[in-house]
Design a binder for this molecule. Structure first.
Ligand SMILES: NC(=O)c1ccc[n+]([C@@H]2O[C@H](COP(=O)([O-])OP(=O)(O)OC[C@H]3O[C@@H](n4cnc5c(N)ncnc54)[C@H](O)[C@@H]3O)[C@@H](O)[C@H]2O)c1
Length: 352
């Protein structure tokens, strides 16, 4: 086997440490440095037994990593990734890929121009159940995909908002949480060409939305809805239903996405399928159901394994900067639609 890939971590907060938990068990990679100006970071680097740097540019110069995981605050994502690209170092960049579409275009151009790959951390795409759902849709099990119903309804505890930036503009649940759901909807159902949206801060009263109702028109012609709230005592969300992260007590019977087509329907994360026995049958005949199976595996670990192959130029990123940019463009269109009350189209980010 090749020598373990030397990976540095920029941003050793909650998410950076989660990446480390998987990295330390991965034979094909090894943590080689930590860069983070925060007060806990030097001690964390010490626990990991690697050199510590307050400044990531110094780390790139001195530690000379072969790849980097960037998990610092959103507003720093693009600038940090550009520094890594300038140093010729492939990046696993946490979501969102950036905050503004123009900076993401700059990142896409830098990655394309230099040939240094960027993988964006929309890790749910690496979950085997999503891969299986995508296969089923691609194989035509649903016929013509017609309606898509997505739910993200849960209760964040009040203490979540004790951290000031979580109450401030720019940190709303659309960019923080629903971006994951919208990324999966794009991955499973194709591009969205038009959105309409209503948002409300009626429960918490902060600058950001605590609830949203979004209408989606997909390029395929399918129509969808996404309703979200972080202020409801409800069980319908990827977090609670998928079991992907054990910090959320699971509601295994509850779906968060319902996809329906002319020949069948699918609930996610259950991967339960419905169809009629005969073509041409309808509501007077029994609707049959079956359970699809898949081999479960940790999405974050699979994402890291993929990143090692991306950094070694053995695979193209499953989620490139341009691809993640198009998810950000969808969030941008939803914000514009909510502000103006008009239907809005996402501004596409091209792959160069
Ligand atoms: N994929 C997911 O499901 C998921 C989940 C949570 C967070 N995230 C993303 O991970 C990123 C970090 O979120 P978090 O919850 O870990 O936040 P956090 O506040 O816990 O951690 C951020 C860390 O970045 C450090 N930092 C600040 N400025 C820095 C700089 N200039 N250089 C290097 N480090 C710097 C901070 O000191 C802190 O340790 C965010 O972009 C967030 O969107 C992704």
């Amino acid at each position: 086997m090749a020598e373990p890939l030397q990976i540095a971590l920029i941003g050793a907060g909650v998410m950076g440490r989660q990446h480390y938990q998987h990295l330390k068990d991965l034979p094909e990679a090894r943590l080689c440095a930590v860069a983070d100006p925060g007060p806990q970071a030097a001690a964390f680097a010490g626990e990991c037994g690697v050199p510590y740097f307050a400044d990531h540019r110094r780390m790139l110069d001195e530690a000379r990593p072969q790849a980097v995981i960037v998990a610092n605050p959103n507003a720093l994502h693009v600038a940090t990734a550009l520094d890594c690209i300038a140093a010729g170092v492939p990046v696993l960049l946490e979501k969102p890929v950036g905050v503004h579409l123009d900076e993401v275009r700059e990142l896409v151009a830098a990655s394309a121009g230099s040939g240094v790959p960027v993988l964006v951390g929309h890790h749910r795409r690496h979950n085997p159940l999503i891969a299986r759902a995508r296969e089923l849709i691609g194989e035509g099990c649903l016929g013509r995909l017609t309606t898509v119903t997505a739910l993200w309804q849960l209760q964040k505890p009040d203490s979540y908002f004790d951290i000031p930036w979580r109450r401030e503009p720019g940190a709303g649940m659309l960019l923080t949480n629903l971006i994951h759901d919208l990324d999966l909807l794009r991955h499973l159902c194709g591009e969205v060409t038009e959105v309409q949206a209503l948002t409300s801060n009626g429960v918490r009263g902060f600058a950001n939305e605590d609830s949203a109702a979004v209408l989606l028109r997909f390029e395929s012609g399918a129509l969808g809805t996404l309703t979200g709230s972080d202020a409801v005592a409800a069980p319908w969300s990827w977090e609670l239903d998928s079991g992907e992260n054990p910090i959320y007590p699971r509601q295994p019977d509850q779906p968060c996405y319902l996809l329906a087509g002319t020949r069948g329907a699918l609930s996610i994360p259950q991967l339960k399928r419905w169809h009629y026995a005969e073509p041409g049958a309808g509501w007077h005949q029994p609707l049959l159901s079956s359970q699809e199976s898949f081999q479960s595996a940790e999405a974050l670990r699979r994402q890291l394994e993929h990143f090692v192959r991306v950094a070694r130029r053995e695979q193209a990123p499953l989620v490139s900067a341009a691809d993640a940019g198009n998810t950000l463009a969808l969030i941008d269109a939803i914000h514009r639609a909510a502000e103006t009350g008009r239907a809005c189209a996402p501004e596409p980010i091209s792959a160069e």
